[in-house]
Design a protein around this ligand. Structure first.
Ligand SMILES: Cc1ncc(COP(=O)(O)O)c(C=O)c1O
Length: 435
């Protein structure tokens, strides 16, 4: 693949100016040199100059950009009917059945919304109604969405509003660079912070309603979580009357290869699970899945209506996604390709000292870049350079973590071993260049 041209053309500059003028400055673009994508197919994205990029970043087009089966399902249903969910519709029920079939017994109710934020917000309402409590516990670098209530539990950003005293954070359970990295009893030590959080809430007059966790801890930097940490943490929360909410927006739908849901990889069954991003392959749909027992107090006291949540077209898209995952065996392939890539990254680490740690599962991997392997000092500036250089080499990738020094590998699930080879080759070039 040729190196992508670096100059910002007058046309792009004009678009940049227009965008700022029309949309304001709160919206951020990726890359020092923004990309103007005009089409996509499978794992490939194409810009307006005809350059081709390998998409190593996007998890929303879960089964590949513009997958024909999903596109056809959307078009077919859009030609027939698209309404809100206040009418009966077979497709919506069929999808609710197929989705809840993917969950452990008892988690058999699905409520639909449009975004991960909305799903998380609804989950918190269910938890508050069920427990009669208001305390929320989250990790210290979590992302759960954009609304006012969810911005409160999104600890990775400051909010312009004051965070409520019903919200308490616990340290991210990181085995590589966290508080108890390397300790034999790290799971117990990290889990112990849940009791501290519950005690803090009590001092402030709150009981815990929910402990909410992104089960791959993606924004926290995809740490290797000490085994049984989550089970221990959840047990402490449940003992105090709180619920466990598994945010599956990122890890869900087979991405981890080993399991269909992130909570499964920790051996914990949640009280509520939320999901979004990959569900409709880009067509907005999200969901909350829970049990009859958890939902009961909420439905006694509240109505729920979400105009665009779970429309027939959204459900057609989401059903098609489940079909493609099954028909193309994408979960097993994610495991196979991800393991192949992981091995390749380990090999790369033997001659690239900047690679401090490699972790993750299936097609969700993180490369922790460090200035020095011994001190593990995060290579934040170098990571930003790597992301921008890779973009110039035709690879779209992002970074994550508290220090923004983790290269995040999270491509569409149709990513192949040949794609992995290309990524490894370009990583080698770019890391060499940075060194
Ligand atoms: C773990 C997690 N939860 C929730 C959300 C919010 O989803 P949405 O942007 O669809 O509101 C995100 C979005 O990035 C996320 O990563």
């Amino acid at each position: 693949m040729n190196e992508v041209k670096q100059t910002v053309s007058p046309h792009l500059q004009e678009m940049l100016d227009r965008r700022q003028r029309l949309m304001g400055k709160a919206y951020r673009l990726f890359y020092k040199q923004p990309v103007h994508i005009v089409s996509g197919e499978g794992v490939w994205l194409y810009d307006s100059d005809g350059n081709k990029y390998l998409d190593v970043y996007n998890n929303v087009p879960h089964v590949g950009h513009c997958h024909p089966h999903v596109v056809e399902a959307i078009c077919k249903q859009a030609q027939k009917l698209n309404t809100h969910t206040r009418y009966l519709h077979e497709l919506v029920l069929e999808y609710a059945e197929k989705l809840t079939d993917k969950f452990p017994a008892g988690l058999d109710i699905a409520m639909f919304a449009c975004t991960g934020t909305e799903a998380n917000e609804l989950a918190l309402r269910l938890a508050r109604a069920k427990t009669g409590a208001s305390g929320m516990i989250v990790t210290d670098h979590a992302y759960h969405g954009t609304s006012w209530a969810i911005a409160q539990i999104t600890s990775c950003y400051e909010t312009s509003e004051k965070r409520g005293d019903n919200i308490v954070t616990v340290p991210t359970p990181d085995s590589y660079r966290g508080l108890y990295a390397g300790d034999a009893d790290a799971a117990d030590q990290y889990a112990g912070h849940l009791q501290t959080a519950i005690d803090t809430l009590a001092q402030r007059g709150h009981r815990p309603a929910a402990f909410i966790v992104d089960t791959i801890f993606s924004n926290e930097g995809l740490p290797t979580v000490p085994r049984v940490y989550l089970a221990k943490a959840v047990e402490i929360v449940r003992r105090a009357g709180g619920l466990f909410v598994a945010d599956e927006v990122q890890p869900g739908f087979g991405r981890l290869g080993s399991h269909f849901w992130g909570f499964d990889s920790h051996g914990v069954v949640p009280d509520i699970a939320t999901m979004g991003k990959p569900m409709g392959n880009g067509y907005p749909i999200s969901a909350v899945v829970t049990s009859a027992d958890v939902i009961e107090p909420f439905q006694k006291g509240s109505h729920y209506f979400n105009t665009f949540g779970g429309t027939p077209v959204a459900c057609a898209a989401a059903l098609a996604v489940l079909e493609v995952i099954k028909n193309e065996n994408l979960q097993a392939k994610a495991l196979e390709t991800g393991t192949y890539l992981l091995e390749g990254l380990k090999e790369l680490a033997t001659n690239q000292a900047m690679i401090g740690d490699i972790r993750g599962s299936g097609l969700f991997l993180g490369i922790d870049l460090v200035r020095d392997r011994k001190s593990r000092e995060p290579a934040t500036i170098e990571t930003e350079r790597a992301v921008n250089l890779l973009r110039q080499h035709g690879i779209l990738i992002g970074s994550t973590g508290q220090y923004d020094n983790i290269l995040k590998i999270r491509p569409p699930m149709v990513f192949s071993k040949a794609n992995a080879d290309l990524l490894l080759q370009k990583l080698q070039t770019v890391l060499q260049e940075i060194r």
